[in-house]
Design a protein around this ligand. Sequence first.
Ligand code: CP
Length: 332
Amino acid sequence: MSKRDFLSTADLTRSQLDDLLDLAARAKGKPSAQGLAGKTLGMLFFQPSLRTRVSFETAMVQLGGHCINLASHDLYELEPEEQAVMDGRAEEHVVDAARTMSRYVDALGVRAVSRVGTWERDRRELLLRSYAQHSSVPVINLETCFEHPCQAIADAMTMREHLPALSGKKLTLLWCNHPEPKSLGPTHSILRVAAMLGMQVTLAHPLGFEVDSEVLEGARSAAGASGGAVEVVNDLGAAANGAEVLYARSWGCTKHWDDPEREAMVKRSLQDWRVDEDLMSQTDNALLMHPLPVRRNVAATDAVLDGPRSVIYDQAENRVHVQKAILKQLLT
Ligand code: CP
């Protein structure tokens, strides 16, 4: 039987998404059966993580299994390109690392968010996809610069808890300023998931911060099938108006992907792109969401992050319940 991976929201059907959300909701608030006793999840973190790492570790422990985590300083520099002549810095090919890890663990998670080349190169998620191709065990996307599917399922779970029927609800995905160049993973994933759930999505960003056109088209097509909609606005005031959920996050400029200094220069004039009480007052009493980590008083003010409509820690908590659902589906 071929193995199943969990790599992209684009691989999920609506019924698979609903099943995951139902399984995660059932997992919440009740002791876990030890269904993964004796199982090991290996996680490779090429960049830092708090929530993803700890929520997967907690989920595995609660299900009776355990995790082995490796950070980039534990790993050889890896070559992901097929048939590469390895006379450069990379000491090991992913094909060997993936086949070896598959002899030790029952599933493998990979976080590989770094900007390595142009957007055209990095959108291919070479490291993750290479691990998926060469591992004989299921591979889980722990975030790339293109997708963060585990985060988006936890976000959808959080919205379902606070807004019982998501179909037709107005969600604004709002670009926020940030001193560092950020990945598009969380934005792409929640955009697709919200469209699949029939939400009325407004993608709001300054000109120059367009998301990947294939993801936008995919989201529009998913919205067409679910009765939802996806619109794009480039005006901060229009973004907030009537929103029932305001989801704030920064993401990088794909046009200047391999030129972070240029991106930083562009962002100097975009400091008003942040969430404060004034912006929240223009919404329809919106929930405030952010996947964290957040730059306080840059992306969003303390007052709104700590305010009564903020559900940022519910999102973080729900990562555990969603990880359990994903792990159960892949490993049992
Ligand atoms: N939201 C999220 O993935 O957080 P970490 O980067 O801390 O894992």
